[in-house]
Write a protein that binds this ligand. Sequence first.
Ligand SMILES: [Zn+2]
Length: 406
Amino acid sequence: MDSYVVLLTGLVALLFGLAIGKAWERYKLRDGQWIDRRRARESPHYMLGLNFLVTNQTEPAIDELTRAAAAAGDPLEIHLILGNLYREKGQVGRAIQEHQKLLQRPDLRKLEHANVLLCLGLDYKRGGFVDRALEAFTEVLRLDPDNQYALANLEKLYEEQHQWREAYATRQKLAKRDPDNTQARHNEILAFLENELGLAALKRMDYPEAARRFEAAIELDTQNAPAYLNLGDVRFYEGDGAGAITVWERLIEKSPERAYLAFSRLEGAYPKAGRLDGFPTLCRHLIATTPQDWRARLALARYLSQHDGAKEALELLFEALVQNPHALVLHQAIWQTLSQLQLPQPLVDRYVDVTRDSIFYLDPHICIRCRYRSTELLWQCPQCHEWNTFIEERIAPVAESLKSEV
Ligand SMILES: [Zn+2]
């Protein structure tokens, strides 16, 4: 909720800055109209309104700004802000009314027109009027083709409608207009959109097109995990087991922390390709190279307990539990293995020791943008709709003593 407020404040601040800039520019251009500008800014209501805005007190901010607007001859920028405040309060109809009224002003300049339309687009979007929002943002871009804010909103709307092609084209425009060196981030998002296009092709069982899309996604961002998984699936469906394995192994090579996503696929595919010890070998390699990888230990433990290796499996599970004591799957696997071994007392005691000081919590995946929490890894955040923002919150290993015991 806090992050939402921060986001909101940022948005308001942005539009505020925009409006102030426009006001300054406008009155400077029109010689002799200094006083108008001062009238708005000298008004105590204006300053009070600003102060309320800063402290997120929307209601009194609206009151003061309404008075300031009346005192200063209804300047456009204050009404723009008022509309935005109504929207953020949830009074979308009121916001739309406020912004639509501004569109009817006879002396609107092109950029002012674009700014009003942008706010109106946000109103429509908030109210769920998707078509009208699309129309408004498109119109903003006709008036102001470089408006990145309109492009970003347009992209999100297309994504919500699963219009991946349009979303892709919009993100490309954004990338082209981005003056900073953030192309990597644009490519990361384009890769996710390519992946969605691939999934749509997969649904139609158009394997060649799907494969092309997934390959393009990987080309854009070599870390795009779902594209590897899906490309491997396509190869597998096409009967190319070895090809599928190669793709999934490439995922692990590029993003070892995401290796577990390919575990069940690889465990099934290796034996079919004649590589009987392919899976345990892979797990051992991962454990050796990334010591905190609890999932590789769990996967290997499960494999071993099915292949007469329950004792070694249990050791692996204890190690994994030190890395991630909150993982319920580990506790379940430990109890299964313990009972497979007929509950030897010293091992049960070790389990109690390891868990005693552990901190348990839920929803380990967290969006680094809006702090949304999820039990599973998500590629797009359901709250802020950003791509690839989830990290796994991990607590520090608890029992250093266990390591020395092992
Ligand atoms: Zn988020």
